[in-house]
Ligand binder design. Structure first.
Ligand code: AP5
Ligand code: MG
Length: 226
């Protein structure tokens, strides 16, 4: 059994459209720890026109990974913020073995480690369909699906009342590039944590709520709020 005082760090691994963001939001509410998503951090920097956003833009628009040094620095700063003191759901970071080793080292320096790594497994054809129907709130980053998980009012975020948008990198040609370029390093990260004995693979084609329950079982994490 994990020590209840230990910082609860869960890592969600999965390809584009596997449901990392969807699950991280639900887990964040259930476990009362923040959802930290590298893609959302980059998109916020892009919107705000920061130097980091400008450096990341070209990579993201080509479906490439942003270089490790930029990504590691940005994510470690975020993980050190006070709201993550009790734990965090990591979505999209680490995505290369170098990033994973940097994270492992930083945690080990504080006597910590990742509690569990969960690979959300979805076949490629379903991934492409999911991303084609995805709409996102530009204000709070909540994700909807036109068919599978629609908002209450079409095209409007349930939480913010903001018109929903589609992501720039969800164009079909960029999605294919993201799959081709990003799946091999992602599988290497998964192997890294499987070798450490802390990873589980779960079936990501199940309904959203069943995927959440499977992740909670894997994490052996008791929800603070049911
Ligand atoms: P990022 O934003 O992380 O994109 P991604 O990994 O490609 O993942 P997505 O956000 O597209 O998918 P998701 O798994 O979150 O799926 P979602 O929950 O939305 O990264 C963007 C870019 O930033 C990268 O391409 C890269 O350039 C850069 N970057 C980010 N991190 C980096 C790093 N560490 N290093 C370097 N570069 C980095 O679900 C998808 C759809 O499916 C939704 O519409 C949802 O409603 C629906 N859905 C979800 N679950 C289910 C279900 N069980 N059944 C049916 N429908 C479902
Ligand atoms: Mg996401």
């Amino acid at each position: 059994m994990p020590d209840p005082a230990e910082r609860l760090i869960l890592l969600l691994v999965g390809a584009v459209g596997a449901g990392k963001g969807t699950q991280a939001e639900l887990l964040s509410a259930r476990l009362d720890i923040p959802h930290l998503a590298s893609g959302d951090l980059f998109r916020r920097n892009l919107r705000e026109g920061t130097p980091l956003g400008e450096q990341a833009r070209g990579y993201m628009e080509n479906g490439d990974l942003v270089p490790d040094d930029l990504t590691i620095a940005m994510f470690m700063d975020r993980l050190a913020e006070p709201d993550a003191a009790r734990g965090a759901i990591l979505d999209g970071f680490p995505r290369t073995v170098r990033q994973a080793e940097a994270l492992d080292r930083t945690l080990a320096d504080h006597g910590e480690r990742i509690r569990r790594v969960i690979y959300i497994d979805v076949p490629t054809e379903q991934l492409i369909q999911r991303v084609a129907g995805r709409f996102v709130c530009p204000t709070c980053a909540t994700t909807y699906h036109a068919a599978g998980d629609p908002p209450l009012r079409p095209g409007i975020c349930d939480k913010e009342g903001t018109p929903l948008t589609q992501r720039n990198d969800d164009r079909p040609e960029v999605v294919r590039a993201r799959l081709d370029k990003q799946v091999p390093p992602m599988l290497a990260v998964l192997r890294h944590y499987e070798e450490a004995g802390i990873a589980d693979r779960i079936d990501g084609t199940q309904p959203i709520e069943l995927v959440t329950e499977a992740i909670l079982r894997s994490a052996n994490a008791t929800p603070e709020r049911a």
